[in-house]
Design a protein around this ligand. Structure first.
Ligand code: B1M
Length: 216
C-alpha cells in the first residue's frame, strides 16, 4: 500500500507495529504532523466509526484503533510547530459526565497549547461541579466541553442550565465540541439557556479561532 493509505489502514486495523517508522517517513516526505493527523489518521477513525456503527467492528477493536491513534498523536506532537506567544488565556477542558471519548478533546488541548493558550485538561467523565471547581481554582478565562455521545449533548444542556443558575455566565464563555453536536443545536437550542457566550467548534482549529475571538 502507498504510505498515505497504509497510515490510514493502521488506524482501521489497530496495527501499531512499524507505526513510528511510517510517521517518520511521512514527515520526511514533507507532510506536517497536523496534516498527517487531519488528512490521514482521522480518515481512518471515521472508517472505524462507520464499521462500528454498522455492526461490522466490535468494541475491543475500536479500542485498539483508538490506542494506535493516541500513540500516533503522542509521537507527532513534539514535531508540531509552536508559536512563541504565551499566556493568551486559560481554558479548562473536559469530556462531560458519562462520556469516555477523549481523542478529540486531547487534540483541542494540543492545538490550543501550541498556540499560546494555557490548557487545564481535567480528563473524561467530568461532572459540571468538577469542571466549575477547576475553572475557579485555575482562574480560567473559558470552559471547553467535549462529548461524543448523543447523551452528552443533553448533559451539555444540563451543564449550561446549571451554570446559568450559578450566575457564572459573565465569567465563562463556553466552547462546545464533539461528533454528536451540531452547530444548529448549539446555536438554536443551547444558546438560549446560557446568558453568556456559547460557541460550537466543528474541529480543533475552529476551537482555536473561537478562543482567539473570545480572548480578543
Ligand atoms: Co465510541 N462511540 N463508544 N468509543 N466511538 C462513537 C462516538 C459512536 C458514534 C460510534 C458509532 O456508533 N458509530 C457511538 C455513539 C453513538 C451515540 O451516542 N448515538 C459510540 C458508542 C456507542 C460508544 C459506547 C457506548 C460503546 C459501548 O460501550 N457499547 C462506548 C461509550 C462509553 C462511554 O463514553 N461511556 C464507546 C467507547 C469507545 C472507545 C473507548 C472504544 C473509543 C474511545 C477511546 C477514547 O476516546 N479514548 C471509542 C471510539 C474511538 C469511537 C469513535 C469510533 C471515534 C471517536 C474519535 O476519537 N474520533 C466514534 C465514532 C464517531 O465519532 N463517529 C465513537 C476522532 C476524534 C478526533 O473526533 O472526538 O469528534 P472527535 O473530535 C473532533 C471534533 O468533534 C472536535 O475536534 C475534533 C477534530 O479536530 N471536537 C472539539 C471534539 N471535542 C471538541 C471540543 C472543543 C472543540 C472541538 O472545544 C471544547
Amino acid at each position: 500500500l502507498p504510505l498515505d493509505e497504509r497510515l490510514k489502514r493502521r488506524i482501521v486495523d489497530g496495527e501499531r507495529n512499524g507505526l513510528e517508522a511510517d510517521l517518520d517517513t511521512a514527515m520526511a516526505e514533507g507532510r506536517t504532523p497536523l496534516s498527517i493527523i487531519n488528512d490521514l489518521l482521522l480518515d481512518g477513525m471515521k472508517v472505524v466509526g462507520e464499521l462500528f456503527g454498522s455492526g461490522q467492528m466490535q468494541l475491543p477493536f475500536v479500542l485498539q484503533s483508538a490506542e494506535v491513534m493516541k500513540t500516533a498523536v503522542a509521537y507527532l506532537e513534539p514535531h508540531m510547530e509552536k508559536t512563541d506567544d504565551d499566556g493568551k488565556g486559560r481554558i479548562v477542558l473536559a469530556t462531560v459526565k458519562g462520556d469516555v471519548h477523549d481523542i478529540g478533546k486531547n487534540l483541542v488541548d494540543i492545538i490550543l497549547s501550541n498556540n499560546g493558550y494555557d490548557v487545564v485538561n481535567i480528563g473524561i467523565k467530568q461532572p459540571i461541579a468538577a469542571i466549575l471547581d477547576a475553572a475557579e481554582e485555575h482562574r480560567a478565562d473559558a470552559i471547553g466541553m467535549s462529548g461524543l455521545l448523543v447523551k452528552s449533548t443533553v448533559i451539555m444542556k444540563e451543564n449550561l442550565a446549571e451554570m446559568a443558575e450559578r450566575g457564572v455566565a459573565e465569567r465563562w464563555p463556553v466552547l462546545l465540541g464533539g461528533a454528536a453536536l451540531t452547530r444548529a443545536y448549539v446555536e438554536d437550542d443551547l444558546r438560549s439557556i446560557y446568558p453568556g457566550q456559547v460557541h460550537y467548534a466543528r474541529d480543533a482549529f475552529e476551537g482555536l479561532s473561537l478562543m482567539d475571538r473570545v480572548m480578543a
